[in-house]
Structures are given as C-alpha cells and as structure tokens.
Design a protein around this ligand. Sequence first.
Ligand code: SAM
Length: 281
Amino acid sequence: MSGLDALPPLREVIAAHGLAPRKSLGQNFLLDLNLTAKIARQAGDLSGADVLEVGPGPGGLTRALLAEGARKVLAIEKDPRCLPALAEIAAAHPGRLEVVQGDALSVDAAARLTPPIRVVANLPYNVGTELLVRWLTPPRWPPFWQSLTLMFQREVAERIVATPGSKAYGRLALLAAWRCDARIVMTLPPAAFTPPPKVSSAVVHLTALPEPRYPADPAVLQRVVAMAFNQRRKMLRAALRGLCPDIENVLTAAGIRPTDRAETLTLEQFCTLARAVGPAG
Ligand code: SAM
C-alpha cells in the first residue's frame, strides 16, 4: 500500500509491468506520490470536475487526481505497455477512470468529458507545446476546459508567463495572457523524476477568462504575433512588411512606433495592431 490509495508503490508497478522508461516517448516518471498529490492540488477543486490527463504513464498523477476527488479522469496514453497498470487503477476506482490508448494529438477529448473540465498533466516534452497551443487557440472561446495545470521544462514554463522586455517573452506568453491568467505554481529539480531529465521543470496553472482581455480577431492576432516574433530582433516595420502594403501607416495609426521591436510591445498594443490590420482575409 502506498498511502494515497490501496495500490502498490509505483516502483513495484513499474517492475511488475516492465515499464522501463523510453526517451522517445518523453518518459520521465514521477514516482513520489506525495509529489503527485501536491501537483493535483494545484489544479483547484477537482470534486465535481472531469479531468483530462495526457500521458498517465504508470499512473502516479492519475492516482492523485482520483484521490483528490475528480468525478472522472480521462487518461490518454500512447504507450500500450502502460495499459495493464492503468487497468489496475481503474479497477480500484470503479467507473471513474477511462483510459484511451493513442496519440493525444488525435483524440477528441472534449467529446468524452462533461463540463466543468480541468486538464492536468505531466506532459511528454515532445508534444507539450503543441498541445498547449491547441488548447489556447480553439475555434470558440471559452474553451472546453476551465483550467490547465501542466508540467513543462522550466524554460518553456517561463516563456508562458513572460512579460514584455524579457528574453522569454513571445508568442506563447501573448497567447496565454490574451485569454487566461497564467502563473508558475511549482518548480521541480531533475531529481524529482525517474530518470532525471537534463533540466528543471515547472508546473504552470492557467485559468480561462470568460472573454479575451482586449478585443481582436484571433486569426489576425496570431498572424501578427507570429510574424513579429519570427524576426524578433528586427524593427516592426521590417518584421511585419509582408502583413499589409502600408504597414508603417498601420503601425502609426495603432499608436506604435514603426521602429519598435516585437519584444517591447504589450498585449494591449498587439491587440490594437490586430484591429488596425483589419479582419482576416
Ligand atoms: N504522468 C506520468 C508521470 O507523471 O509519471 C508520466 C509522464 S511522462 C513525462 C509523459 C507520458 O506521456 C509518458 O507516459 C508517455 O508514454 C506519454 N506520451 C508520450 N507521447 C504521447 C502522446 N502523443 N499522446 C499521449 N501520451 C503520450
């Protein structure tokens, strides 16, 4: 027994099911159930919420989410070797854990869950950013989820919460700040994981705002931000040259100096610029 529930300690689970971690799948496991409980608690009140977990692996975080009272956990895992261990967790919590084996990038999770929905995951490093961008740019807002509580490499976490003028400031920070509150709630040293990764990690908690902070067409804003940071060292009049023929006038009309650089522009200025550029063609 492990303390969190009546299931065996994770080291025994890994040994029993032959779950030697695979680098190709981004497998850095959390084996300390006190730590997974702490992460689950950062997600807020889970009772009465459905939880989406990407990459449950041997199930340390999954067990914590269930122990914290999640109504249902939908766990999407690519590695079929993990399924027997996850089946044991499902059996210990009848009707509360659904496991889908597959690639989280191609599973329609929202269709399998009932709001309110929270997303909690120790993400595989190779698809983490792509998943976050998808969750931040849905066709409609508010999104299917109420909050995201996600483990990233610390450097990626810092890019999500970065402010203007800092080296980490860019597309991820603007996407997050436009329609969410985002903050780092935990940092973890490499030694917290098995095997230890090369770098530190951090948990970011994002909550969805009911509406964007400033009005802007999502497609235009994303295009402006992507172009501006694609050449972040260039002045905006050069970086955004391909956006519209009279970009210098558009920048001036939006109250932005054409000689400014992307990394100094605030979210509000990017939204003003997106409105000045006009609707997506
Ligand atoms: N949640 C576990 C923990 O905290 O110990 C495992 C986290 S490990 C960093 C990432 C997990 O994501 C692995 O179990 C890996 O097999 C799984 N994974 C990798 N790519 C995936 C994908 N595209 N879709 C779903 N799961 C994936």
